[in-house]
Design a protein around this ligand. Structure first.
Ligand code: GLA
Length: 668
């Protein structure tokens, strides 16, 4: 559970408004203008020194804090609180030129060079020693500074360099394996090294999974993913431990709960953050970027244990790192921000304050664009600040959700390992499809870790949870017995935590719960679909199933499993355990969840007409309904109260115009 709350950071703010600021890129006159404009926009919290290492420590043993001292003082004078970077995110060129062994290595043994950022091996003892010294120096100097609100450890730890294959990583991987397995024999058993003559007789023989001629050992790959996530967490811990010796301010780092980064198992990180913070950018490469945002925000709330969290970075408009960096459409920023707050964010911060004129990110949008203050983007920033102020009453309330979705980074890693049944099966696509179906059926969803207590959940969905432990399977079974309506999808529970298949028919640990055995996977070509006897369509996957007790709700009528069960329901205790053996088309998936929600009598939020993203935050008698219209058609919802977005009273059938947002403080 987080040790601080977002509300502690800037107690006067309500929903906090913040940004990254890189004053190293600007002259003193610009700094002064920035202070005036930050006040005009209502900025509460500013992250500085994120990439400050080469400014404050320009050469070995040389320290220069003049500019940072000045900036801390300037922000303080202007009543703006500081989210202080430790500065370790990107080492200066002198470090790697003095110690080239700190540079990261790709799987093929080639080094990656400085000239970008994060050019270090996370396990490098020399990097760690220099980073620790930097953190000690910064924490000592600013630990009690009156402007300090929050410590920002490094930056997006592992964004570019999570997986390093150098000799120092090999050494660290071996120690990690020794503490996990104790003996080399235990490792041989866990990795199944009798396969392909891979049996190890000495720890020194073990390497990171470097590039090979054939498929690599999947259990080794899975452990390397775990090790690499832990190596990033160790960097965080080392910095946090130093900071806490010098400062009582809360400590965090910015997570990357997003579709394109999967190298950190944040379930294991989250408990060490004083405040859970996430960075999120719309990914225009996805079919539905706004739906992915909703999922990521729900997952961030899950990491925060249901407490309010901080959106540490997002963009006002375009980013610079996708193939086609689309500007946000009118209203899109407010919709995105509303969706984050609806799903538990109590603070919204942007990368970055002022758009860079130089460097790799000069085409990334900012609160203050290249065009300056005489621009629609700037006016939008000022209006957003005012909106966040009006949302102050929402801060501290909780999201009301009765459904749960089980999510696991381990399952993501293992399911997409080498040598799998089908490359068309993407873990995240299956998870997103499940989240979309729950949302379409009007359910608000908490995203939880496998093994979490599912008591009081009316609907539980377990999408493609490839890796499953006995305790995790038991929690799913208990939920169904206890009255939940549980849906398990194909590719769940195929292997244990060592990537070993459970024999006797999949999913070994849930066969009884589901009342069936999967005898064979029968994946589909990416372009193929199958039809089910209830009229539903499936893609990606099918299976040959023997039913041992479940009711067959629909069977495959076409495809490699034609004639066999496709959708089953096993009544269990007070609830039911459903199973689906294919990737249902979105409307069919939503209809299935609708049936489960009806059976479960789960509370739902639905538009009266049209399509709306609807989420409620509440705290006792205070209730806030977020109604977000992502479409180009007006929609309506039934409620009454005061709309904090438009500042008008509403009641009855309330219109949410195309592309707009209403945030209604509902009357009792
Ligand atoms: C990440 C980083 C920032 C910046 C943004 C650009 O979130 O943390 O430094 O590079 O991406 O989108």
């Amino acid at each position: 559970m987080p040790a601080a709350t977002v509300a502690d950071l800037v107690p006067t703010s309500g929903v906090l408004f913040g940004c990254d600021y890189n004053p190293e890129q600007w002259d003193r006159e610009t700094w002064r203008e920035d202070m005036v404009l930050m006040r005009e926009a209502g900025i509460d919290l500013v992250a500085i020194n994120i990439f400050g290492w080469s400014t404050i420590n320009p050469a070995p043993g040389v320290w220069d804090f003049a500019a940072l001292d000045e900036m801390m003082a300037l922000l303080h004078e202007n009543g703006i609180r500081v989210n202080l970077g430790t500065g370790t995110a990107s080492p200066p060129p002198w470090l790697s030129s003095t110690y080239p062994e700190t540079l990261p290595m790709a799987p093929d043994g080639t080094r990656r060079y400085p000239g970008g950022r994060q050019a270090f091996c996370p396990s490098s003892p020399i990097f760690r020693e220099h980073a620790a010294h930097l953190v000690e120096t910064v924490a000592e100097r600013y630990g009690a500074h009156p402007a300090l609100a929050l410590w920002h450890v490094s930056n997006e730890i592992g964004c570019h360099n999570a997986l390093c294959y150098c000799d120092e990583s090999a050494e660290a991987f071996r120690s990690w394996l020794q503490s996990r397995y104790g003996t080399i024999d235990a490792l041989n058993v866990a990795w199944g090294t009798n396969f392909w003559s891979q049996r190890y007789t000495d720890w020194a023989q073990i390497l990171p999974p470097r590039a090979t001629l054939s498929l690599r050992n999947p259990a080794q790959l899975l452990d390397f993913s775990r090790f690499s996530s832990d190596a990033g967490l160790e960097l965080y811990r080392a910095e946090a431990e130093i900071i806490r010796r010098h400062s009582s301010a809360p400590v965090t780092t910015n997570f990357m709960v997003t579709a394109h980064i999967r190298t950190q198992d944040y379930w294991t990180w989250a408990g060490e953050m004083d405040v859970v913070a996430n960075d999120h950018y719309l990914d225009r490469r996805l079919p539905d970027p706004a739906a992915e945002l909703s999922f990521a925000a729900d997952l961030t709330r899950g990491l925060a244990g249901g407490e309010p969290w901080l959106l540490m970075e997002t963009s006002t408009s375009a980013v610079n790192w996708q193939p086609h960096n689309l500007a946000k459409a009118p209203g899109e920023l407010v919709r995105n921000v509303a969706s984050h707050i609806a799903r538990g964010a109590d603070g919204i911060c942007f990368f970055q304050w002022r758009a860079s004129a130089q460097g790799a990110e000069k085409f990334h949008s900012a609160l203050l664009p290249h065009a300056g203050t005489d621009s629609a983007l700037w006016r939008q920033s000022v209006e957003l600040g005012a909106l966040l102020r009006r949302l102050a009453p929402v801060a501290g309330t909780r999201v009301a959700a009765s459904a749960a979705l089980l999510f696991s980074w381990e399952a993501w890693w293992a399911l997409e390992n080498e040598g799998r049944p089908s490359e068309a099966l993407s873990y995240l696509e299956q998870v997103h499809a499940a989240h979309n179906a729950l949302t379409a059926a009007g359910l608000t969803v908490d995203i939880v870790r496998p093994g979490a207590d599912l008591d009081a959940r009316s609907v539980v969905i377990v999408p493609a949870l490839h890796v499953l432990r006995a305790t995790e399977a038991q929690a799913i079974t208990d939920a169904a017995r206890g009255g939940a309506h549980v849906l398990v999808t194909f590719a769940t529970g195929t292997v244990d935590e060592n990537d070993r298949v459970g024999l006797g028919g999949y999913p070994a640990l849930l066969r009884e719960t589901l009342g069936l055995r999967v005898e064979e996977f029968a994946p589909l070509r990416p372009e193929d679909t199958v039809v089910l006897s209830n009229g539903s369509t499936g893609s990606v996957w099918s299976e040959r199933i023997t039913v041992t007790g479940a009711e067959v709700v629909a069977s495959f009528t076409t495809g490699p499993a034609a004639g066999g069960a496709a959708l089953t329901r096993n009544a269990l205790g007070a609830g039911a355990a459903w199973y689906v053996a294919t990737a249902l088309a979105p409307a069919d998936y939503a209809a299935l969840i609708d049936r489960l929600a009806t059976d479960a009598q789960a509370p739902r939020l639905r538009a009266s007409s049209g399509e709306l993203e609807l989420v409620r935050r509440e705290d006792g008698a205070r209730r806030f309904l977020f109604a977000i219209n992502h479409t180009d058609q007006d929609a309506t919802v039934h409620t009454s109260g005061h709309d904090l977005a438009t500042q008008e009273d509403v009641s009855g059938t309330v219109v949410v115009a195309a592309g707009t947002v209403r945030i209604i403080e509902e009357s009792a």
